[in-house]
Design a protein around this ligand. Structure first.
Ligand code: TYM
Length: 344
Protein backbone atom coordinates (compact mmCIF):
# COMPACT_ATOMS: atom_id res chain seq x y z
CA UNK A 1 0.00 0.00 0.00
CA UNK A 2 2.76 2.40 0.95
CA UNK A 3 3.97 2.78 -2.61
CA UNK A 4 0.63 4.40 -3.41
CA UNK A 5 1.26 7.28 -1.00
CA UNK A 6 2.32 10.41 -2.79
CA UNK A 7 5.39 12.09 -1.42
CA UNK A 8 5.97 14.69 -4.08
CA UNK A 9 4.26 17.98 -4.85
CA UNK A 10 2.08 16.20 -7.41
CA UNK A 11 -0.91 15.49 -5.22
CA UNK A 12 -4.28 14.14 -6.29
CA UNK A 13 -6.85 16.96 -6.37
CA UNK A 14 -8.73 16.12 -3.23
CA UNK A 15 -11.29 18.13 -1.27
CA UNK A 16 -11.80 17.68 2.47
CA UNK A 17 -14.10 19.60 4.76
CA UNK A 18 -15.92 19.09 8.03
CA UNK A 19 -18.84 20.36 10.08
CA UNK A 20 -19.30 19.95 13.83
CA UNK A 21 -22.35 18.02 15.02
CA UNK A 22 -22.79 20.45 17.88
CA UNK A 23 -26.41 21.51 17.60
CA UNK A 24 -28.42 22.16 14.48
CA UNK A 25 -27.28 23.33 11.06
CA UNK A 26 -27.76 27.01 10.25
CA UNK A 27 -28.18 28.87 6.99
CA UNK A 28 -24.58 30.03 7.56
CA UNK A 29 -23.34 26.43 7.55
CA UNK A 30 -25.43 25.68 4.50
CA UNK A 31 -24.43 28.65 2.34
CA UNK A 32 -20.87 29.02 3.64
CA UNK A 33 -20.03 25.33 3.53
CA UNK A 34 -22.48 22.60 2.60
CA UNK A 35 -23.89 24.09 -0.60
CA UNK A 36 -20.34 24.68 -1.77
CA UNK A 37 -19.39 21.08 -0.89
CA UNK A 38 -22.17 19.98 -3.23
CA UNK A 39 -20.86 22.28 -5.96
CA UNK A 40 -17.38 20.73 -5.71
CA UNK A 41 -18.71 17.19 -5.89
CA UNK A 42 -18.51 15.73 -9.37
CA UNK A 43 -15.91 18.30 -10.48
CA UNK A 44 -12.28 17.30 -10.94
CA UNK A 45 -11.80 16.36 -7.29
CA UNK A 46 -12.19 13.45 -4.97
CA UNK A 47 -14.49 14.75 -2.23
CA UNK A 48 -14.37 13.76 1.44
CA UNK A 49 -16.82 15.25 3.96
CA UNK A 50 -16.81 14.63 7.66
CA UNK A 51 -18.92 15.11 10.77
CA UNK A 52 -16.23 16.20 13.20
CA UNK A 53 -17.52 14.71 16.44
CA UNK A 54 -14.09 14.79 18.12
CA UNK A 55 -14.03 18.54 17.59
CA UNK A 56 -17.56 18.87 18.96
CA UNK A 57 -16.55 17.45 22.37
CA UNK A 58 -13.91 20.13 22.90
CA UNK A 59 -16.86 21.82 24.62
CA UNK A 60 -19.41 19.82 26.63
CA UNK A 61 -21.87 17.72 24.59
CA UNK A 62 -24.63 15.64 26.05
CA UNK A 63 -23.95 12.11 24.66
CA UNK A 64 -27.51 11.41 23.47
CA UNK A 65 -27.72 14.82 21.79
CA UNK A 66 -24.33 14.32 20.14
CA UNK A 67 -25.44 11.00 18.68
CA UNK A 68 -28.62 12.57 17.36
CA UNK A 69 -26.83 15.64 16.00
CA UNK A 70 -24.28 13.45 14.18
CA UNK A 71 -26.99 11.43 12.45
CA UNK A 72 -29.04 14.53 11.69
CA UNK A 73 -25.98 16.23 10.20
CA UNK A 74 -25.34 13.18 8.03
CA UNK A 75 -28.98 13.40 6.88
CA UNK A 76 -28.40 17.12 6.20
CA UNK A 77 -25.40 16.41 3.97
CA UNK A 78 -27.40 13.92 1.93
CA UNK A 79 -30.53 16.10 1.79
CA UNK A 80 -28.41 19.03 0.57
CA UNK A 81 -27.08 16.91 -2.30
CA UNK A 82 -24.00 15.02 -1.11
CA UNK A 83 -24.09 11.59 -2.70
CA UNK A 84 -22.47 9.09 -0.29
CA UNK A 85 -21.33 7.01 -3.25
CA UNK A 86 -19.68 9.83 -5.12
CA UNK A 87 -18.22 11.47 -2.00
CA UNK A 88 -16.84 9.84 1.13
CA UNK A 89 -19.14 10.75 4.03
CA UNK A 90 -18.30 9.67 7.58
CA UNK A 91 -17.81 10.74 11.18
CA UNK A 92 -14.36 11.62 12.44
CA UNK A 93 -14.19 9.33 15.49
CA UNK A 94 -14.78 6.29 13.25
CA UNK A 95 -11.41 6.89 11.57
CA UNK A 96 -8.80 6.76 14.37
CA UNK A 97 -6.05 7.98 12.03
CA UNK A 98 -7.32 11.56 12.56
CA UNK A 99 -6.51 11.48 16.28
CA UNK A 100 -3.26 9.62 15.67
CA UNK A 101 -1.97 12.19 13.21
CA UNK A 102 -3.24 14.98 15.48
CA UNK A 103 -0.86 13.78 18.19
CA UNK A 104 2.09 14.07 15.82
CA UNK A 105 0.90 17.56 14.89
CA UNK A 106 0.60 18.51 18.58
CA UNK A 107 4.33 17.93 18.62
CA UNK A 108 4.91 20.00 15.48
CA UNK A 109 2.72 23.02 16.28
CA UNK A 110 4.13 25.61 18.70
CA UNK A 111 2.36 26.97 21.77
CA UNK A 112 2.72 30.49 20.42
CA UNK A 113 0.91 29.57 17.20
CA UNK A 114 -2.01 28.13 19.11
CA UNK A 115 -2.19 31.09 21.47
CA UNK A 116 -2.80 33.38 18.51
CA UNK A 117 -5.92 31.48 17.38
CA UNK A 118 -8.85 33.88 17.64
CA UNK A 119 -11.43 31.08 17.73
CA UNK A 120 -9.87 29.70 20.91
CA UNK A 121 -9.98 33.14 22.49
CA UNK A 122 -13.63 33.60 21.44
CA UNK A 123 -14.75 30.16 22.58
CA UNK A 124 -12.76 30.04 25.80
CA UNK A 125 -14.03 33.49 26.73
CA UNK A 126 -12.83 35.17 29.90
CA UNK A 127 -12.11 31.96 31.77
CA UNK A 128 -9.47 30.45 29.47
CA UNK A 129 -7.94 28.48 32.35
CA UNK A 130 -11.12 26.47 32.56
CA UNK A 131 -11.25 25.63 28.83
CA UNK A 132 -10.47 22.04 27.84
CA UNK A 133 -7.00 21.16 26.59
CA UNK A 134 -8.81 19.78 23.53
CA UNK A 135 -10.20 23.22 22.72
CA UNK A 136 -6.67 24.62 22.73
CA UNK A 137 -5.38 21.80 20.50
CA UNK A 138 -8.46 21.99 18.23
CA UNK A 139 -6.60 23.47 15.22
CA UNK A 140 -3.96 20.71 15.26
CA UNK A 141 -6.72 18.09 15.00
CA UNK A 142 -8.22 20.12 12.17
CA UNK A 143 -4.87 20.10 10.35
CA UNK A 144 -4.79 16.32 10.85
CA UNK A 145 -8.32 15.98 9.39
CA UNK A 146 -7.13 17.63 6.23
CA UNK A 147 -3.62 16.26 5.90
CA UNK A 148 -4.43 12.62 6.76
CA UNK A 149 -5.99 12.60 3.26
CA UNK A 150 -3.35 14.78 1.63
CA UNK A 151 -6.26 17.06 0.78
CA UNK A 152 -5.35 19.87 -1.59
CA UNK A 153 -8.51 22.01 -1.30
CA UNK A 154 -10.64 22.89 1.70
CA UNK A 155 -13.91 24.77 1.19
CA UNK A 156 -14.88 26.67 4.35
CA UNK A 157 -16.47 29.90 5.52
CA UNK A 158 -14.40 32.97 6.30
CA UNK A 159 -14.21 32.16 10.05
CA UNK A 160 -11.96 29.15 9.36
CA UNK A 161 -9.29 31.11 7.49
CA UNK A 162 -6.86 31.33 10.39
CA UNK A 163 -7.16 27.59 11.07
CA UNK A 164 -6.29 26.85 7.46
CA UNK A 165 -3.25 29.10 7.63
CA UNK A 166 -2.15 27.10 10.66
CA UNK A 167 -2.68 23.88 8.68
CA UNK A 168 -0.29 25.22 6.05
CA UNK A 169 2.21 26.19 8.75
CA UNK A 170 2.07 22.71 10.28
CA UNK A 171 2.56 21.03 6.88
CA UNK A 172 5.45 23.35 6.06
CA UNK A 173 7.19 22.80 9.41
CA UNK A 174 6.73 19.03 9.25
CA UNK A 175 8.14 18.89 5.71
CA UNK A 176 11.01 21.15 6.70
CA UNK A 177 11.90 19.44 10.02
CA UNK A 178 11.95 15.96 8.49
CA UNK A 179 13.41 17.06 5.16
CA UNK A 180 10.53 15.66 3.11
CA UNK A 181 7.95 16.91 0.64
CA UNK A 182 5.23 14.76 2.15
CA UNK A 183 2.28 16.94 3.14
CA UNK A 184 0.64 19.22 0.57
CA UNK A 185 0.27 22.94 1.29
CA UNK A 186 -3.50 23.04 1.23
CA UNK A 187 -5.51 25.73 -0.56
CA UNK A 188 -8.38 27.24 1.40
CA UNK A 189 -11.41 27.76 -0.85
CA UNK A 190 -13.32 30.72 0.58
CA UNK A 191 -15.47 31.92 -2.28
CA UNK A 192 -18.92 33.21 -3.16
CA UNK A 193 -21.38 35.70 -1.74
CA UNK A 194 -21.97 33.89 1.57
CA UNK A 195 -18.59 33.12 3.09
CA UNK A 196 -19.71 35.09 6.16
CA UNK A 197 -23.45 35.02 6.75
CA UNK A 198 -24.30 37.46 9.52
CA UNK A 199 -26.86 37.39 12.34
CA UNK A 200 -30.33 38.56 11.30
CA UNK A 201 -30.46 40.67 14.47
CA UNK A 202 -27.01 42.27 14.29
CA UNK A 203 -25.10 42.72 11.04
CA UNK A 204 -21.77 42.88 12.86
CA UNK A 205 -22.05 39.35 14.33
CA UNK A 206 -21.70 36.03 12.52
CA UNK A 207 -24.82 33.87 12.22
CA UNK A 208 -24.13 31.08 14.67
CA UNK A 209 -25.79 28.05 16.21
CA UNK A 210 -24.55 29.17 19.61
CA UNK A 211 -26.23 32.61 19.53
CA UNK A 212 -28.75 32.68 22.40
CA UNK A 213 -31.32 34.39 20.14
CA UNK A 214 -33.05 31.92 17.80
CA UNK A 215 -34.33 34.89 15.77
CA UNK A 216 -30.70 35.67 14.84
CA UNK A 217 -30.42 32.63 12.59
CA UNK A 218 -32.30 30.44 10.16
CA UNK A 219 -32.00 26.81 11.18
CA UNK A 220 -32.09 24.17 8.48
CA UNK A 221 -34.90 22.54 10.47
CA UNK A 222 -37.11 25.70 10.50
CA UNK A 223 -40.46 25.39 8.73
CA UNK A 224 -41.65 27.81 6.03
CA UNK A 225 -43.58 30.07 8.43
CA UNK A 226 -40.63 30.38 10.80
CA UNK A 227 -38.24 31.22 7.96
CA UNK A 228 -40.63 33.88 6.63
CA UNK A 229 -41.15 35.36 10.09
CA UNK A 230 -37.41 35.56 10.83
CA UNK A 231 -36.73 37.30 7.52
CA UNK A 232 -39.64 39.69 8.06
CA UNK A 233 -38.21 40.62 11.44
CA UNK A 234 -34.58 40.79 10.29
CA UNK A 235 -32.89 44.05 11.21
CA UNK A 236 -32.46 46.47 8.30
CA UNK A 237 -31.93 50.18 7.74
CA UNK A 238 -34.52 52.62 6.41
CA UNK A 239 -32.98 53.15 2.96
CA UNK A 240 -33.89 51.49 -0.30
CA UNK A 241 -31.50 48.94 -1.82
CA UNK A 242 -28.71 50.43 -3.94
CA UNK A 243 -28.29 49.40 -7.55
CA UNK A 244 -24.56 48.69 -7.15
CA UNK A 245 -22.50 46.69 -4.62
CA UNK A 246 -20.59 49.80 -3.60
CA UNK A 247 -23.81 51.18 -2.13
CA UNK A 248 -23.82 48.39 0.46
CA UNK A 249 -20.71 49.72 2.19
CA UNK A 250 -21.42 50.55 5.83
CA UNK A 251 -24.82 48.86 5.55
CA UNK A 252 -24.03 45.46 7.10
CA UNK A 253 -27.64 44.28 7.51
CA UNK A 254 -28.58 45.24 3.95
CA UNK A 255 -25.44 43.62 2.62
CA UNK A 256 -26.17 40.44 4.55
CA UNK A 257 -29.66 40.02 3.10
CA UNK A 258 -28.41 40.70 -0.43
CA UNK A 259 -25.56 38.22 0.05
CA UNK A 260 -28.01 35.58 1.28
CA UNK A 261 -30.24 36.19 -1.74
CA UNK A 262 -27.27 35.98 -4.13
CA UNK A 263 -25.98 32.73 -2.61
CA UNK A 264 -29.41 31.08 -2.57
CA UNK A 265 -30.13 32.13 -6.15
CA UNK A 266 -26.61 31.35 -7.43
CA UNK A 267 -26.32 34.91 -8.67
CA UNK A 268 -23.67 37.58 -8.21
CA UNK A 269 -24.40 40.45 -5.82
CA UNK A 270 -24.22 42.81 -8.81
CA UNK A 271 -26.87 40.83 -10.68
CA UNK A 272 -29.16 40.82 -7.63
CA UNK A 273 -28.84 44.57 -7.23
CA UNK A 274 -29.49 45.15 -10.91
CA UNK A 275 -32.97 43.73 -10.32
CA UNK A 276 -33.54 44.77 -6.71
CA UNK A 277 -31.88 48.23 -6.71
CA UNK A 278 -34.39 50.89 -5.63
CA UNK A 279 -36.64 48.44 -3.77
CA UNK A 280 -37.55 49.06 -0.13
CA UNK A 281 -37.02 46.22 2.34
CA UNK A 282 -40.79 45.89 2.68
CA UNK A 283 -40.70 44.73 -0.93
CA UNK A 284 -37.40 42.85 -0.94
CA UNK A 285 -37.97 40.78 2.20
CA UNK A 286 -40.99 38.85 0.85
CA UNK A 287 -39.04 38.03 -2.33
CA UNK A 288 -36.12 36.80 -0.23
CA UNK A 289 -38.48 34.78 1.99
CA UNK A 290 -40.05 33.10 -0.97
CA UNK A 291 -36.67 32.16 -2.39
CA UNK A 292 -35.37 30.93 0.98
CA UNK A 293 -38.43 28.76 1.56
CA UNK A 294 -38.29 27.36 -1.99
CA UNK A 295 -34.62 26.40 -1.58
CA UNK A 296 -34.57 25.30 2.06
CA UNK A 297 -37.91 23.58 2.65
CA UNK A 298 -37.14 20.57 0.41
CA UNK A 299 -33.83 20.11 2.23
CA UNK A 300 -35.35 20.28 5.70
CA UNK A 301 -38.17 17.91 4.75
CA UNK A 302 -35.73 15.36 3.33
CA UNK A 303 -33.39 15.82 6.29
CA UNK A 304 -36.23 15.06 8.73
CA UNK A 305 -37.25 11.99 6.72
CA UNK A 306 -33.72 10.59 6.57
CA UNK A 307 -33.06 11.30 10.26
CA UNK A 308 -35.93 8.92 11.16
CA UNK A 309 -33.95 5.95 9.87
CA UNK A 310 -30.93 5.82 12.18
CA UNK A 311 -30.06 2.30 10.95
CA UNK A 312 -29.69 3.47 7.37
CA UNK A 313 -27.64 6.53 8.40
CA UNK A 314 -25.32 4.33 10.47
CA UNK A 315 -24.79 2.03 7.50
CA UNK A 316 -23.84 4.99 5.31
CA UNK A 317 -21.44 6.27 7.96
CA UNK A 318 -19.83 2.84 8.43
CA UNK A 319 -19.25 2.48 4.72
CA UNK A 320 -17.87 6.02 4.53
CA UNK A 321 -15.46 5.37 7.41
CA UNK A 322 -14.22 2.21 5.73
CA UNK A 323 -13.48 4.09 2.50
CA UNK A 324 -11.88 6.97 4.42
CA UNK A 325 -9.55 4.58 6.24
CA UNK A 326 -8.36 3.15 2.94
CA UNK A 327 -6.97 6.58 2.10
CA UNK A 328 -5.86 7.56 5.61
CA UNK A 329 -4.13 4.40 6.85
CA UNK A 330 -1.23 4.35 4.35
CA UNK A 331 -0.63 8.07 4.88
CA UNK A 332 -0.43 7.57 8.66
CA UNK A 333 1.88 4.59 8.21
CA UNK A 334 4.22 6.62 6.04
CA UNK A 335 4.09 9.52 8.52
CA UNK A 336 5.13 7.16 11.35
CA UNK A 337 8.02 5.91 9.24
CA UNK A 338 9.16 9.46 8.50
CA UNK A 339 8.98 10.37 12.19
CA UNK A 340 10.97 7.29 13.24
CA UNK A 341 8.37 5.06 14.87
CA UNK A 342 9.32 1.38 14.91
CA UNK A 343 6.76 -1.23 13.94
CA UNK A 344 3.25 -0.45 12.68
P1 TYM B 1 -18.33 24.66 12.04
O1 TYM B 1 -19.01 23.39 12.40
O2 TYM B 1 -18.34 25.79 12.99
O3 TYM B 1 -18.92 25.22 10.70
C1 TYM B 1 -18.96 24.41 9.54
C2 TYM B 1 -18.73 25.24 8.30
O4 TYM B 1 -19.71 26.27 8.21
C3 TYM B 1 -19.08 27.52 8.02
N1 TYM B 1 -19.88 28.56 8.67
C4 TYM B 1 -20.26 29.68 8.09
N2 TYM B 1 -20.06 30.14 6.84
C5 TYM B 1 -20.60 31.35 6.53
N3 TYM B 1 -21.31 32.10 7.42
C6 TYM B 1 -21.53 31.67 8.68
N4 TYM B 1 -22.24 32.39 9.53
C7 TYM B 1 -20.99 30.40 9.06
N5 TYM B 1 -21.02 29.66 10.21
C8 TYM B 1 -20.32 28.53 9.95
C9 TYM B 1 -17.71 27.37 8.65
O5 TYM B 1 -16.79 28.30 8.14
C10 TYM B 1 -17.37 25.95 8.28
O6 TYM B 1 -16.83 25.88 6.98
N6 TYM B 1 -13.46 23.95 12.54
C11 TYM B 1 -14.58 23.69 11.66
C12 TYM B 1 -14.83 22.22 11.42
C13 TYM B 1 -13.67 21.44 10.92
C14 TYM B 1 -13.09 21.52 9.63
C15 TYM B 1 -12.03 20.57 9.62
C16 TYM B 1 -13.36 22.29 8.51
C17 TYM B 1 -12.95 20.52 11.61
N7 TYM B 1 -11.98 19.98 10.82
C18 TYM B 1 -11.22 20.41 8.49
C19 TYM B 1 -12.56 22.11 7.37
C20 TYM B 1 -11.52 21.17 7.37
C21 TYM B 1 -15.80 24.29 12.30
O7 TYM B 1 -15.85 24.60 13.44
O8 TYM B 1 -16.85 24.34 11.53
Amino acid sequence: MIEAVQTSSQFTQRVFSGIQPSGGLTLGNYLGAMKRFVDMQGQDYETIYCMVDLHAITVWQDPAKLRHATRELCAGFIAAGIDPEQSILFNQSAVPEHAQLAWIFNCVARMGWMQRMTQFKDKAGKNAQNASLGLFAYPALMAADILIYHATHVPVGEDQKQHLELTRDIATKFNHDYGVDFFPITEPVIEGAATRVMSLRDGSKKMSKSDPSDASRINMTDDADTIAKKIRKAKTDPDALPSEAKGLENRPEARNLVNIYAALADMSVEAVLKDAGGKQFSEFKPILSELAVAKLAPISTEMARLTQDAGEIDKILDRGAERAREVAAPILKKTYEIVGMVGA
